[in-house]
Structure formats: C-alpha cells, structure tokens
Ligand binder design. Structure first.
Ligand SMILES: NC(=O)c1ccc[n+]([C@@H]2O[C@H](COP(=O)([O-])OP(=O)(O)OC[C@H]3O[C@@H](n4cnc5c(N)ncnc54)[C@H](OP(=O)(O)O)[C@@H]3O)[C@@H](O)[C@H]2O)c1
Length: 287
C-alpha cells in the first residue's frame, strides 16, 4: 500500500509514520515545509510524483482558540487546503482518508453522535472542518472521513502531558467537569486508520477509544495512575472562559467503525499504555 501522508510532523502524524514504517509500507511523509496545503500547485506535484494508493490527510490548523481570531487561515488550511488535496487525489486516482473532529457537533445531545447526525459547529475550527467534510464528499464521493476526539500521544502537546507537568509542581489543580467526550490515544488511532485503508473504507467513520469521561475525570485518572500527590478539583467551563466554545457532549458512536469489524480499546487502558511508555521514554532519556 503506497501512502502519502500530510501532517507527518503532528501528534497523530508521527504515530502514523511509526505504524506505516512498522508495516514496511512505502511512505511519503510530509510536513508543512514539504507541502503547504494552501499551495495548490505544490500539493498536485507531490501527489502526482508520489503516486499514492492512499493519501492520509492528518494536516490541519488545529489551534481551536487561535482559529477564532484567524478565521481566514482556518478556512484556507482546513477547508480550501483539504479541497486542494481532494482535487489532486481525484486527478491521480488515489484514495483519500481525511481526519475530522467531534467539534463539527454542537454538543446538545446526551447520547453518542451518529455519523448521520447534523453538523452544527459552535466555533470556527469546527466550522472549517464541517465545511471541508461537505466539500470533500461532493468532490470525491468515495472519500473516507474519520472523525476523532481528544487526542493524546507522545509526539507533542496533549492533555495528559499538561496534567502530569502541573500535578508534579502544584498541590491542587482545577479541571472542567462539564464537557464530556472520548480521549483517544494516537497509537490506537493510527492502527485503526491503517486497518480502515486496508478495508477500503469510505464515507464517515467515527474512531475514538471506547468509553467516555469529562476532562475532570480524565485528569483525576491521570493523577491517580501516576501516583502524584495532587488534588484535582472539578470546575465549570464558565469558570474557565476560552475564546472558542466547546461542545458540552461530543461522544461519537462507534457503530460505523464496528461495521469494519474494528474495535478500539477503552480510554483507561490506552492511558495506562501511554503512561507506561512515557515513563520508559523518560528513563531512557535520563540514562
Ligand atoms: N488534537 C486533537 O485533539 C484532535 C481532535 C479531533 C480531530 N483532530 C484532527 O486530527 C488531525 C491530526 O491532529 P493533530 O493533533 O495530530 O495535529 P497537530 O499535532 O497540530 O499537527 C498538525 C500537522 O499539520 C501540519 N500543518 C499545519 N498547517 C499546515 C499547512 N498549512 N500545510 C500543510 N501542513 C500543515 C503540521 O505541519 P508542521 O509541523 O510543519 O507545522 C503538522 O504536521 C487534524 O486533522 C485534526 O483536525 C485532532
């Protein structure tokens, strides 16, 4: 399976590189320096030259709060950039798998979102991704759009890394308890994405670790599992206002993934493996 990956330097992208290399797949791995999604001609050239069977589009402008004050950039990268890739994929006859987000939903539901539920984003980041979904389905009806949520992994900034840092320097931390979703380990997601390509997946698929929690519950579990003597206090979103409104509930139903006979481990198990490999990595770096 010849793959071209946009976003190879990102949190998920680095685990995709690892997963594809482990499976000895021929891979063209690109960061923004190799090909900016906004540069239509460059995107076409790299796709034409690498002749991929599958294009994986993990690249995006992912700063959810930053998108609120940079609407043009959010749409240029996340929507028009994705359109550039889809048009080049159509020209080259390549399959395309694109990452999208739980933030395409408004969070008003209290049961898991189905792939058929209407999009109604509450912020610019979600809007740019929702519009991209619509455009890509028009341009390339066989596109595979994978919505995921609350990513954590070893390759960059993420919630568990932030909590571990704060909890090791403070006696008490406050974490919001009125947003519920599914934390997702980038290693598990990368494995599932490669399996979806092999299964010739198309349409919208929801892929997260199973189970769900609030950020407070996630933070409590991180502190408990790491054995740090820090108290985690629940607070409301209203007490911690941020530029972008986030959905209060964004659990994604796994039915669309189960249809491919792929089942994800639960988030507590994923967190345990993340913490184990994080501590092994820090032991190696101090030797
Ligand atoms: N993080 C989450 O919690 C989350 C949740 C749901 C969905 N997602 C989606 O999952 C995907 C992966 O997210 P992530 O957290 O791994 O992202 P990330 O760590 O922020 O990485 C973003 C990647 O996109 C590249 N990129 C940014 N702007 C670009 C541009 N203009 N042209 C080309 N490449 C560009 C970056 O390259 P450089 O390193 O060169 O800048 C980097 O490789 C994204 O589509 C995101 O929307 C993420």
């Amino acid at each position: 399976m010849r793959v071209t990956l946009f976003g190879a330097s990102g949190l998920l992208g680095q685990d995709l590189v690892r997963e594809l290399s482990r499976e000895h797949e021929p891979l063209t791995a690109l960061s923004s320096k190799d090909a900016d999604l906004r540069d239509r001609a460059r995107v076409r050239t790299v796709i034409r030259d690498s002749r991929p069977e599958w294009i994986l589009l993990s690249a995006a402008y992912t700063d959810v709060d930053g998108c609120e004050s940079n609407r043009d950039r959010a749409f240029a990268v996340n929507c028009e950039g994705a359109v550039n890739v889809a048009e080049a994929a159509r020209e080259a006859g390549s399959r395309l798998l694109v990452l999208s987000t739980d933030y395409v939903f408004d969070g008003a539901k209290r049961s898991p979102y189905q792939t058929t539920d209407p999009r109604n984003p509450t912020g610019v980041y979600g809007e740019s991704k929702a519009r991209a979904e619509e455009r890509l389905l028009e341009i390339l009806p066989e596109v595979c759009i994978v919505r995921t949520s609350w990513l954590f992994g070893h390759a960059g900034k993420c919630f568990p890394a932030t909590i571990l840092k704060l909890a090791s320097t403070r006696p008490e931390i406050s974490v919001v308890n009125d947003q519920r979703g599914s934390p997702t380990f980038t290693r598990d997601l990368a494995t599932a994405l490669v399996r979806l390509c092999r299964a010739d997946a198309r349409g919208i698929v929801h892929v997260t670790n199973s189970g769900n929690c609030t950020w407070y519950e996630f933070g409590t579990e991180i502190v408990r599992a790491s054995g740090l003597p820090c108290v985690v206090k629940p607070v409301t979103t209203a007490e911690f206002p941020r530029p972008a409104r986030r959905p209060a509930y964004s659990v994604l139903s796994p039915e669309s993934l189960h249809a491919y006979n792929i089942h994800m481990p639960d988030w507590q198990d994923a967190l345990r493996r993340y913490l184990e490999s994080a501590s092994t990595a820090s032991m190696v770096s101090t030797v």
